[in-house]
Design a protein around this ligand. Sequence first.
Ligand code: PLP
Length: 370
Amino acid sequence: MAVPLLDLKAQHSTIRDSVVAAMMKVVDDQAFILGEPVERLEREVGALSQTTHAIGCANGTDAILLSLRALGIGHGDEVVTTPFTFFATAGAIHNVGARPVFADIEPDTFNISIEAIAAAVKPSTRAVIAVDLFGQMAPIELVRDAAGELPIIEDAAQSIGARRKIDGKWVMAGEAATIGTFSFFPSKNLGGYGDGGMMVTQDNELATRLRRLRVHGGMKTYHHDEVGYNSRLDALQAAILSAKLTRLEAWSAARRKNAGYYDAAFADLNDVRTPTIDPANESIYNQYTLRVARRNDLQAHLKDKKIGSAVYYPLPLHLQPCFQYLGYAQGEFPESERASEEVISLPVFPELEQSQLDEVIDAVRGFYGR
Ligand SMILES: Cc1ncc(COP(=O)(O)O)c(C=O)c1O
C-alpha cells in the first residue's frame, strides 16, 4: 500500500460537513472580504496564542513582510535569521529592502543557535527572525536575551499551537515575540483550502500598523497614511480555518503519537537519528524529520516502496543563487549545510493508519538491513 507524505483527502473526509457548511454560509452571505469570519478567526488564534491582537493576512510570507514593515525595517537595515528554513523567511527580508544576515543552527533541534545570533548582531541589525522549525519553538527567551533591545519576529508558520515551558509557565508559539507569524498553507497543521496567514502581537501600536498595512496603508477608505499592500485573509479561508481549528489540538496530539511510535521503532538504528525535541518544548510535529546516513539512497528506496518523503531543505539559504550577492561561501554555516545533506521527513499526518506507520518503519529498517 502506498503511504503518501500527506493525505489531505483523508483529513477532509473527516470534516467535510462542517467545512462545507462554513463555506456555504460565506457564499450565501456574499461577503467575501474581511468581515465576521476573519474577525472570528482572529479572536480564536489570538486566544490560542495568548496574544491581545491577531491580524489575518494573505499568507505566511506576507505575515513576515508586513511585520518587518510595521517595525520600520527597510533599506540599509540588517535582519539576523537562520539559513535553514523555508525560503520565505529570508525572501521577506530582501523584499522590504533589508539585508538577510544568517546565523547557523543547533544540530539537534535545527533551530537558530543562540551563540550564533549573539555573534551576528551588529549596530546595523534592526531585528532578529527566529523560526520555529518543523513544529517546535525556538528557545524564544534565549533569543530575546541574545537580541537585547532588538525586536523579534517569530516565524511560527510551521508551529501554530506549539508551546514551551519558560519559568514554569507554558508560552505559546508567537506569544513571546514582538510579532509572531503563522501560515495556513494547506500542508500546515492548521491548513486552509488555499493560502492564508496571520500575525499576532501584544503591542497595540504594532497591531494598528499591521491592520493598516494589509489594506494599502489606510484605515479609512481611500485615505492612505503610508503605502501598504493588498494582503487580506480571504473570508472563505477564515471560515474554513475556524471550522478546522476545533480539531487542531487533537490532530497535533495524533502527530505526536505517530512521532513517538517512530522514535521507538528507530531507536536501535545507528544510522538514524530521530528528532530531538528540547525538553522544554511540546512539538506539533509539522514534520517528522530524521537525520540519516545515505539520505539520498534512503529516499530512492522509499520512493520504490511508494512511501512519501521529502527533504526540507536541500540547499541552505546562504548558498541559494539569488543570495549570492550577500557574499557567503560554502562552509560558512556548517551545521545548516550538514543538516541539508542528512535530513529526511517521513509521513506523520494525523490520519495515518497503524498499517501505514508499520509500512514506513519496515521500509526504513529494511534499508538499513534490520
Ligand atoms: C518557516 C516558514 N516560513 C514562512 C512560510 C511561508 O508561508 P506561506 O507559504 O503561507 O507564504 C512557510 C511555509 O510555507 C514556512 O514553512
